[in-house]
Design a protein around this ligand. Structure first.
Ligand SMILES: *Cc1c(COP(=O)(O)O)cnc(C)c1O
Length: 409
């Protein structure tokens, strides 16, 4: 048996599965970029993106990946010598802080380890100690994709308010937008960054930066912003080319349009509910397997877990062995462990991740879990009995609220 015969399945936390509808939307000749349908399609596209971020603020789109979103957001609000505070719950805050360093921005990191979310009390204390308000922004990943921690953004906002601190709140929603509930305006986020290739189901290559009036005011303070990163013309263009500061990313736009249509047809709340239910099914299986054997979920408390990615570990080399077996025998690719190295596991061969973001449904999740259970058996890795049954029971219970089930009734 091997995985080469059927359709391969990529269950890594980005890029995520591209729906056929997205792929088909992109399969067309190059359009005119000076007039016509493409030009007319951008204002509603931006409105629909803002709706997914739940903001009435402005949006700028960049041709770039998530790192471009980080750089764009900081380039418009901070300048060399400014100081920011990173709240680290895994690898991604550190990668982001390296981008800040490259821009000459000073920073402190509050590190909350790899297995727990940001503690708002520590944030409040740190901000109270900053009496002269040197800290211009607080940076946090809503979901850290390496550890699969999900942070409580409203609690962090409340801590900032309790400290009476004026810093901007930046939320990296690259792994969470259109997966985990996120309400930019209601939660008091000033700047949100996202990218095309995770919950938004489109190829990597577009970054989105959403910003409110307070962040727009911060932009005014900056003496010089590179023309390319400047969000003013991108969000309020006088000429069409300013949306993208050059040629529009034509086919990404077609793909994104289809993805946003799919999200709108399902309903954003239903999209969140679906991710919630599927995540619970995955956890149910993993928790049963963990009862007897080395498998561990990285995050113990369900409230602190992402609904889009799950970080797991095995013992010895078994994380890597399981991934390799699944790819070779099942045609299933799971994510590598990221930022989970330890002195006794420098190659991160224990850790691995399941991506369950975007275009995912019950049969896909059961396929992933079934393949994983086959892998545990094939490699003689001890595991509790009944994981798939537990997952099936979660999905059975939730069938009425699953959009596909509703459509079938
Ligand atoms: C994927 C991801 C990034 C990086 O995005 P790239 O497109 O790889 O630059 C940043 N932050 C989070 C939370 C992510 O999940």
């Amino acid at each position: 048996m091997n995985g080469a015969g059927g359709r391969p399945y990529l269950a890594i936390p980005g890029p995520s599965i591209m729906p056929d509808r997205v792929l088909q939307a992109m399969h067309r000749p190059a359009p005119d970029i000076y007039s016509g349908a493409l030009v007319d399609s951008i204002p509603p596209l931006v409105d629909d993106l803002r709706a997914v971020a739940r903001t009435k603020g402005q949006a700028a789109i960049y041709i770039g990946n998530g790192h471009a979103g980080w750089e764009a957001a900081m380039a418009n609000t901070l300048q060399p010598g400014d100081k920011v505070l990173f709240l680290a719950t895994g690898r991604f805050a550190y990668s982001w802080s390296e981008m800040a360093e490259g821009l000459g921005i000073a920073f402190d990191v509050l590190d909350f380890g790899r297995q727990s979310p940001v503690d708002p009390d520590r944030v409040e204390t740190a901000l109270r100690e900053d009496k002269s308000h040197d800290i211009k922004a607080v940076m946090v990943c809503h979901v850290d994709t390496s550890t699969s921690v999900r942070n409580d953004i409203p609690a962090i906002r409340a801590a900032m308010d309790a400290a009476g601190h004026p810093a901007l709140l930046f939320a990296d929603c690259i792994a969470s937008l259109a997966c985990d509930r996120f309400e930019m305006d209601a939660w008091g986020v000033d700047v949100t960054m996202a990218a095309s290739q995770k919950g938004l189901m489109t190829p990597p290559g577009l970054a989105y930066v959403f910003f409110n009036e307070k962040a727009a005011q911060a932009r005014i303070r900056i003496d010089r912003v590179s023309r390319y990163w400047d969000w003013v013309p991108r969000s309020r263009p006088e000429m069409f080319y300013q949306y993208f500061m050059g040629t529009a990313p034509t086919h990404h736009i077609f793909g994104l349009r289809a993805a946003l249509d799919m999200i709108a047809e399902e309903g954003l709340d239903a999209v969140w509910t679906r991710h919630e239910r599927l995540a619970h099914a995955i956890w149910a299986a993993c928790e049963i397997w963990a009862q007897d054997g080395p498998l561990r979920l990285n995050i113990a408390n369900q409230d602190h877990r992402s609904r889009a990615v799950t970080s797991l570990s095995l013992d010895g080399q078994n994380g890597t062995r399981l991934r390799q077996w699944l790819e070779a025998e099942m045609g299933l690719t799971l994510g590598i462990g990221l930022g989970m190295e330890t002195p006794d596991d420098p190659g991160s061969d224990r850790a691995f991740r399941i991506g369950h973001m975007g275009h995912v449904n019950g049969q896909a999740v059961l396929g992933v879990l079934g393949a994983m259970e086959a892998g545990l058996k094939a490699l003689n890795i001890p595991h509790g009995v009944g994981g798939i049954d537990a997952a099936a029971r979660v999905l059975a219970k939730g069938s009425k609220t699953m959009p596909d089930a509703k459509a079938a009734e």
